[in-house]
Design a protein around this ligand. Structure first.
Ligand SMILES: Cc1ncc(COP(=O)(O)O)c(C=O)c1O
Length: 389
């Protein structure tokens, strides 16, 4: 394990094209070379099924649990479930969180659809109110938005569902303070960590979420259709959304699978999706998680901060608006162009220079990671400069 010294650029650990300025990890994380290699080896393995042993149905899944638990500082790896998508984790939480008429569900405005649709349905079916906390306008958006979330939680709140950083513009939510308020209200704190876990430290002990749900293909640098969810004690005795043979106690004894067993495997294993032991995707995810653990999220966040500080200052001088660093991710942030800059033209100019960012609403979403270097950010600001003239 490396120490805490600042990270150097990790471009060599990836195989991104040399002329591409990829500032779009919030869209799809590039697979590290180690994951690609693990994937190729895993594909070959299935050509000879005899190489896949019964214990492999369990061992790799447990390694994934262990690595993710380490990443989020969870003591018990069995609190981690393997899921295929955030919508699956959200559906599991929704099924196991009693919500009644007269109660409310707090969500943030413009939240990711997989979360929003889930809570909309719960609200519709239960008769509870959905409190959508919209972003305020003007100066101090991040701080004010956090205050609004806190003001929305009351003794009738059943669920507070929000991300650590907002997927569209990187606004950071103070999960320790919001979590405390949710606990006082007796509400479940449900966090979508897809756009942060892996690049921003997340500490389960400190935040005490009831559930933390992450897609694996962005900041966890894993393959698509992998996801991970942590479930706290609130969900210890819940009902999974499907019944699969492997999530039962003693399922490692293949000979006795039809001695049907009523008890589930421990912790959150009951919430694993069917065929969770994906022999191709899991080795890829394991390699990616090991890489992230060796780099460390705190150092990844600091790397992104150092990389972006001066270029963003220059962008501000040109009239571009960027949230105060306290209230946004260093790895994911929105850049709002001044009125005289045509967004469509700006977007085209960025594409022309092979700068990959995303357009989300009226903001450009910029999301660097450890493979980016100064040249990527300088190129971005150079295009800002040209388009400002
Ligand atoms: C915050 C957030 N959650 C979830 C997802 C993906 O959702 P799902 O895994 O349900 O497809 C994304 C994708 O952009 C996201 O940004």
């Amino acid at each position: 394990m490396r120490g805490n010294e600042p990270l150097a650029c990790q471009r060599d650990a990836f195989s991104l094209p040399s002329d591409l300025h990829y500032l779009n990890c919030a869209y799809l994380g590039p697979l590290p070379r180690v994951s690609q290699e693990a994937g190729v080896a895993a594909v070959a393995r299935k050509a000879n099924p005899a190489t896949i042993r019964p214990e492999d149905f369990f061992a790799e899944s447990n390694v994934v649990r262990q690595l993710f638990a380490e990443l989020i500082n969870a003591r018990d790896p069995n609190r981690v479930a393997l899921i295929p998508a955030v919508s699956y984790g959200a559906a599991t939480v929704a099924r196991n969180t009693p919500v009644a008429q007269g109660q409310n569900i707090v969500v943030v405005g413009e939240d990711f659809p997989s979360d929003m649709y889930t809570w909309r349905r719960v609200a519709r079916q239960s008769g509870a109110a959905l409190r959508v906390v919209s972003p305020p306008t003007g100066e101090g958006l991040g701080g004010n938005w956090n205050s609004r979330v806190l003001d929305s939680i009351d003794r009738n709140t059943a669920v507070v569902s929000l991300p650590h950083v907002h997927w569209a513009d990187g606004t950071k939510f103070d999960l320790v303070t919001i979590g405390r308020s949710a606990r006082e209200a007796g509400a479940a704190l449900v966090v979508d960590g897809t756009q942060s876990v892996g690049a921003l430290p997340f500490d389960v002990e400190e935040i005490q979420p009831d559930a933390l749900i992450c897609a694996g293909y962005k900041w966890l640098l894993g393959p698509y259709s992998t996801g991970l969810a942590y479930f706290g004690p609130r969900y210890d005795h819940g009902e999974p959304i499907e019944e699969n043979w492997i999530t039962r106690k003693g399922s490692d004894d293949f000979q006795r699978l039809v001695d049907y067993e009523d008890e589930y495997a421990p912790g959150a294993i009951r919430y694993d999706a069917g065929e969770r032991s994906n022999f191709i995707l899991l080795p890829m995810l394991i390699a990616a998680l090991r890489l992230i653990l060796s780099l460390k999220p705190a150092r990844i966040q600091e790397y992104c901060r150092r990389l972006t500080e001066a270029p963003l200052e220059r962008a501000r001088e040109l009239g571009f608006a960027i949230e105060d660093s306290r209230w946004r991710g260093a790895h994911l942030f929105g850049v709002r162009a001044p009125a005289h800059v045509d967004l469509a033209q700006l977007s085209q100019a960025l594409q022309g220079r092979k700068i990959a960012v995303s357009l989300r609403g009226s903001a450009l979403r910029v999301s660097p990671n450890v493979y980016n270097d100064e040249d990527d950010l300088n190129m971005l600001v150079q295009v800002f400069e040209e388009q400002s003239q």
